[in-house]
Design a protein around this ligand. Sequence first.
Ligand code: CP
Ligand code: NVA
Length: 330
Amino acid sequence: MNLKGKSFLKLLDFTPDEINYLIDLAAKLKAEKKSDIKHKLCDGKNIALIFEKTSTRTRCSFEVAAYDLGMNVTYLDPTGSQMGKKESIADTARVLGGIYDAIEYRGFGQETVEALGKYAGVPVYNGLTDEFHPTQILADFLTIKEQFGYLKGINFVYMGDARFNMGNSLMVGCAKMGLNFTACAPEKYFPDKALVAECEAIAKETGATLKFETDPKKAVENADVIYTDVWVSMGESTDVWKERIDELLPYQVNDTLMSNAKDTTVFMHCLPAFHNLETTVGKEVGGKFGLDALEVTDSVFESEKSIVFKEAENRMHTIKAVIAATLSDI
Ligand code: CP
Ligand code: NVA
């Protein structure tokens, strides 16, 4: 497997073997880190981290992964560069590509990270766009593999708005890796038809299945994993909260929903999650609509079925695998 020099912009660009290789490499790097075995595979290399939206997990994972690999990091916050405001994406890409060995980008349209990838001349990594969040899926799949021992044949149910980055990327990931994907929401929240068609063609090759279900009880009956994400994503207007709550509350992951699944079913979430009112947004929205939780209740989030913090830790190990595979001779 040779991924050296390649960008990581979306899972559609990678074969199942390549995705599997990255997950296994992450597991190896994780085991090494736990045994205090150093792996400075990219010693002295430099990476620029561009964040046009805020982040905890992705930024920290890129930084720690880079440090563990022996790299130096520059973080550019949402206001910290000329990109897009005074300098085009293509120009920024060529400037940073001349200075850095790799670039990470979190922002809005997928076309921006694709343009960076086209012009930078060095590997570019997608740290989340409106359309895709591919490094998150590597972490999710490593976590599922750790939990169940395999990926192919896992019944994976995504509850909530499946049209945005998480629903799209999980559908692509499941199709590529042979999981049985169900999106459960009112129909208007199902992923874009063209992407569904693309994933159906992939699923035919891998043995995955794709289902779109409006009845939550039916959707989770045989689920191994129940996954959800926030109902309003970064960059969306806060005006849509009312509509989202009205339409998605029946799809909240709560004890009743979990009890319709199996004893072995786990709960996953990319995080951050509105499972209580202990955040500014949670307090404001929950208070306004008389709810004590949004997409997932506190009882599910804090239950033994919830593997969200293992999943969050795996962000770092999987991002490290992407950097090591694309920058070093590993
Ligand atoms: N899951 C995730 O991407 O989290 P951050 O927004 O904190 O990076
Ligand atoms: N859909 C969420 C994912 C956060 C990791 C967002 O884009 O805000």
